[in-house]
Design a protein around this ligand. Structure first.
Ligand code: AMP
Length: 212
């Protein structure tokens, strides 16, 4: 059983790195942002509660995200472990998490704010199948069109300069301080995310003693 948390500023590649680990080690990738976005797209009651907050790049209330994480983990479909992405994001969430779950380690992806801005504003995703693109590196072969399903590529509603500034402020003020809390209690693998995807992944596996 392997249980991890992956942390890092927006655009640091948390989702990409988490998927690579999840696929190879059969661990369940639990992205709070993805769960919330699914609810917004499917017009659920939860989606209606969080839509505006997310679009502005602000943090959703702690009670709400804590219950999302708890409900998702209570499904207990993670026989080989889980990798939580996007949670915790502040001290209260970190305390809740550490009290409720034992983890084997934290993966911390580090990236400078200037590179975050460059990456996030170039990020696109398919409005139909959800595949991610980035106009800096992983471009579609036909502009604005998904290579997989032909769907139209769009920007995430919160990938705009104003919402990004708000997310960066929250990251530095609220999320970064909890890394110190984790460092006191857990193994933290700090990884330079300003490198090609494969290199970052190798570094993570190396530090977590996972097979390459
Ligand atoms: P992400 O995909 O991780 O960037 O999350 C997208 C948005 O979902 C964030 O900007 C927040 O509005 C909301 N969100 C995701 N995770 C959390 C969390 N742990 N606490 C509060 N809000 C969150």
């Amino acid at each position: 059983m392997r249980k991890y948390v992956i942390m890092g500023v927006q655009g640091s590649g948390k989702g990409t790195q988490a998927k690579l680990l999840a696929d190879d080690f059969d661990i369940v990738h639990i992205s709070v942002g993805d769960i919330l976005r699914w609810n917004v797209q499917h017009h659920t009651k939860l989606g209606a509660q969080v839509r505006r907050i997310m679009a502005a790049g602000e943090l959703v209330g702690d009670d709400l995200v804590e219950s999302v994480v708890q409900e998702r983990l209570n499904v207990h479909d993670w026989n080989y472990g889980f990798l939580v992405d996007g949670f915790p994001r502040n001290a209260r969430q970190a305390e809740f998490f550490l009290e409720s779950y034992d983890i084997d380690g934290v993966i911390l992806l580090e990236l400078a704010d200037e590179e975050v801005t460059r990456r996030v504003l170039a990020r696109r995703l398919c409005s139909q199948c959800g595949v991610d693109y980035n106009l800096l590196g992983h471009r579609p072969s036909t502009p604005d069109t998904c290579d997989v399903c032909g769907g139209k590529l769009v920007q995430r509603e919160d990938d705009n300069p104003e919402a990004l500034a708000s997310r960066l402020r929250d990251y530095h003020a609220k999320t970064k301080p909890i890394i110190e809390l984790f460092e006191r209690k857990e193994f933290v693998a700090t990884v330079d995310a300003n490198r090609p995807i494969g290199e970052v992944q190798r570094d993570i596996r190396d530090q977590l003693d996972l097979p390459a």
